[in-house]
Every structure is written in structure tokens, then in C-alpha cells.
Write a protein that binds this ligand. Sequence first.
Ligand SMILES: Cc1cc2nc3c(=O)[nH]c(=O)nc-3n(C[C@H](O)[C@H](O)[C@H](O)COP(=O)(O)OP(=O)(O)OC[C@H]3O[C@@H](n4cnc5c(N)ncnc54)[C@H](O)[C@@H]3O)c2cc1C
Length: 390
Amino acid sequence: MSQPDVVVVGGGALGSATAWQLARRGADVVLLEQFGFGHHRGASHGTSRILRRSYHTPAYVRLADEAYADWSVLEAEAGERLVTRVGGLDLFPRDAAIPPADYVASLTACGVPFEQLSGAEVSARWPALVLPEDILAVHQADTSIVPAGRGTATLQRRARAAGARLVDRCPVLELVDRGKAGVEVRTPLESYRPSRVVLTADSWTNDLLAPLGAAVPLTVTREQVTYFAPEDPGAFGPDRLPVWIWMDDPSFYGFPTYGESGTGHLVKAAQDCGGALTSADGRSFDTDQAALDLLTRFLGPLLPGVGPAVRTETCLYTLTPDRDFVLGPVAAHPCVLLGLGAGHGFKFAPTLGGVLADLVAEGTTTIDIAAFAPDRPALVQAGHPVSWLA
Ligand SMILES: Cc1cc2nc3c(=O)[nH]c(=O)nc-3n(C[C@H](O)[C@H](O)[C@H](O)COP(=O)(O)OP(=O)(O)OC[C@H]3O[C@@H](n4cnc5c(N)ncnc54)[C@H](O)[C@@H]3O)c2cc1C
């Protein structure tokens, strides 16, 4: 087998998108995944993820614009619908821990249309949601749902179609920087010697950085999402309920019914950043009953008809201290590029894959990634304050 130009480590959404974007640009790329494709041990499995424009900084709002465009390219190439536009509500209670002003200012600065509604106006339009009067709701009509497991599989299918070699059940044991001679990528099967490596290993990232004498301050949490069975699923359909995010601490979010893998009549909801600290290999798959009780208590008054919890799934967040992405070279090892989604990267996967492909090919990209530099203060200053809710 000929030596590839690039090896991508990790077959989740970011790695698969990077392999797709690299192969589309004509690069000879090999993607290596330690488990079987479609596994449920990382962060890219399950039914659904939120794609939205409403973010707390203009840089993210602009990046979301790129993401919508890249999802459309992927849909067209794959001949498959991936983006289901349902609208989204950011719900800010009085004295919310997450300031609405950042969202309003960022959407305004980027010319993205939105509405500001009261609790009563929201409940009048979407009767499934019962809100206190003094809620400020920001409604953005383009908020959408993208399929997690199916979307990742589509990226892999398109990467193969563009010529990428995707190998699963092949763990990368070590990366050895050989300087001008490239990077030696050791696996149980064989060693590769590409000129560049893209490390999109999320919760496992530091396992591969350690032998290179590098590390990123990452916190891994075990998050869980729960499916509820409403008596009248129709009242929670995408035409009757938008995606919603409760912008406070604790923060919760939820979806209308969405028909992936037998959950079409179920309503999914979860707490954001409510998971216990864990590690990629030490995590359990058990339901955290206390977290489920907290979610159920929260949903009771907000979505009175949501029904009983019927299924809970776990998934890993890999959080940087500022919860911003990491995109760029490892200090002292410029031939190893990092891609980390910080627990909110799925919506941007096709775009982050493009950015990483640009960095491999050109060493630079036209997209503003200044906030995601691997050597930014939040990642190099010891004890940098943590802020995961923004
Ligand atoms: C509950 C939950 C809800 C979320 N909701 C949203 C949302 O609504 N919107 C959104 O945009 N994002 C959301 N996210 C975040 C998003 O899902 C992740 O940011 C994204 O999936 C990360 O993709 P990844 O490819 O970086 O990571 P992963 O999917 O974890 O992929 C990393 C891969 O690397 C592989 N790997 C690791 N080490 C090695 C090795 N040594 N050799 C070979 N392979 C290796 C792993 O096996 C794994 O497959 C959510 C995440 C969770 C957990």
C-alpha cells in the first residue's frame, strides 16, 4: 500500500469530515479508527444534533453560516437530506446565567433575522411549551436538526467515494515526529509515514499527545440524553415544537419528535454539561438516575405532556476550559494538526473538516479561526478559569 499524504486519526464526525474534505481536494488520505465505524463510545453517535445560527459571538454566527453551506454541499453530493429545519428558541429566564445580550448582539451584528418573544407569546405559538411570563425568548427560524450517526456515516461514505481509505478496528498506538521525514503513525497492523497527521480523537486526544510531550487541558464528561414518550406525539412534532435551549445554569435543551432509528414518536431532551467527570476508556454506560430525575423535574412544568422517560443514552463531551474549539498545529510538532469540537462541534463538522484540510494543504485558511488557536491563553495558562455555559 502506498504511503498516504495525510493520516486522520479518529472516525467520528470531525475525522470523517476531514477525510472527506481532504479527499475532495485530491489528497491521498487514510483515516484510522480504533473501534468499528458507527460505535457508541465517543461523541458522534445517536439520533440528532442541533445546527443553529444563534451563538454568543459573531465569529460563531459567521462560522455557522459556513456550516449551513457545507451541509448543503454534503447533501447535494450524497443525494441525501441531512438538515431538517424546525426553528429554535433560546429561552432566557430573568437573571439568566447566560446573557441574552450576547446572542442578540451577535445575530444583529451578522444580519441574521430573529424575533424576541415573551413567555406568553411562545406558549401561544407552541402550546406544548408552558413558560413563565418573564422569559425572554429569542426565536431563530433556521435552527435545524442534523442526524448524528447517519450524518457521520454519510461523511464516511462520501470520503470513500472521493478516494479516501478508511480503516476501522485499527487503533493508532503512537505518533512519532520524524521532522522532515514526516510522522510515523504506529498501529498494530502497520506503520504509516505521512507528511501530516490530523488528530481528531476527541476524548482520547491526550493519550496520543503525551508521547509527543504535548497536552491540551481537556475535561471529559459523560453526558446523557433521554427520550420521553408523550401520549400525543403529534403535539410535539417539528411543526408544533421547535428545538429549545434553556439558557441558564443548569442548562437544558430539547427537540421535537424526529424520526431517526425508531425514535420518531419520542421527544428527546437533556441537560447540557450536567455529566459526571470521566475518561474515554474509564467511562460507564449506565444511566445517571440523579441527572435523569433533575431533567424530569425540570421538564414537568415546561413540557407538561411530554410523558414518561423511556430510553437514555450516554455520550462524551471533551471540554476545553473556554469551551472553544481547538484547530491548528501542536506546539513543537507542526506536522500534527489538532481538531477538537469542545462538546458542540457536530453542527460545524463539515466546515471544521474543511478548515483542517486547508491547514494541511496551505498551512492557513480563509475562515476566522483566531479564537480556536491551540496556543491561546485558555489552553496554555495553568488554572485558567473554566466557563462551559455561554
Ligand atoms: C450528548 C451530546 C449532545 C451533543 N449535542 C450537540 C449538538 O446539538 N450540536 C453540536 O454541534 N454538537 C453537539 N455535541 C457535540 C458533538 O457531538 C461533538 O463535538 C462531535 O461529535 C465530536 O466529534 P469528534 O469526531 O471530534 O469526536 P468522536 O466522535 O468522539 O470521534 C473521535 C474518534 O477518535 C477515535 N480514536 C480515539 N483514539 C484513537 C486512536 N488511538 N486510534 C484510532 N482512533 C482513535 C475514537 O474511537 C472516536 O471514534 C453533542 C455531544 C454530546 C455528547
